[in-house]
Design a protein around this ligand. Structure first.
Ligand code: FE2
Length: 186
């Protein structure tokens, strides 16, 4: 097998330790770009309204503002801001996708809060769709149940109000840069 000496390889089965060391360094350098990518996905939510009274960027900024004004800690506020971020790509399965994006950056119960948020929201609309409005009960024993309940009932389901004093995304930019600058739980 010919020795591969370039910094990149045509296929992994001819790769070297040196090349993987190089890739690891480059990949870690790239972590610095994550906050801008998250902000870009959040900005894309401004183009999605889907029949609600406010667009999805306004919705997530309003949700995060309510959490922040209620004294939630920075990881919870960042999660509130990003709980619907996956809608920038696709609505189906968006809670799980958003939670997976958050997982390396927030404590496990905060990522879980996002992962299950739709079933908690369900109390306020699942009945219209023939689904169980109390779907949240399946999580009754989870240690973060009260956090998920507060998120859904006080901050998320209330945040479709065009008259609320919703801060712009820029208000949360320093927080996004702080939380997503490096994965602490990868
Ligand atoms: Fe939401």
């Amino acid at each position: 097998m010919p020795e591969t000496t370039t910094t990149s390889f045509p296929s992994m089965d001819v790769s070297t330790r040196e090349q993987w060391d190089h890739i690891a360094r480059e990949s870690i350098d790239d972590w610095a770009n994550v906050p801008d990518r998250m902000l870009g996905m959040l900005r894309a939510l401004s183009g999605i309204t889907n029949g609600f009274a406010v667009d999805q960027l306004t919705h997530v900024c309003q949700t995060a503002a309510r959490a922040e004004r209620a004294g939630a800690d920075p990881e919870v506020v960042a999660a509130a801001l990003c709980h619907d971020i996956a809608k920038a790509v696709s609505e189906p399965n968006h809670p799980a996708v958003a939670a997976a994006l958050l997982k390396p950056y927030v404590r496990p119960e905060v990522a879980w809060m996002v992962e299950v948020h739709q079933d908690f929201q369900g109390r306020h609309y699942y009945a219209f769709m023939g689904k169980d409005p109390e779907a949240r009960r399946q999580y009754a024993d989870h240690p973060a149940y009260e956090l998920a309940e507060r998120f859904a009932d006080e901050w998320d389901q209330t945040s479709f109000d065009p008259d609320y004093d919703t801060p712009p995304l820029e208000h949360f930019e320093p927080l996004v840069r702080e939380i997503f600058s490096s994965p602490r739980r990868a």
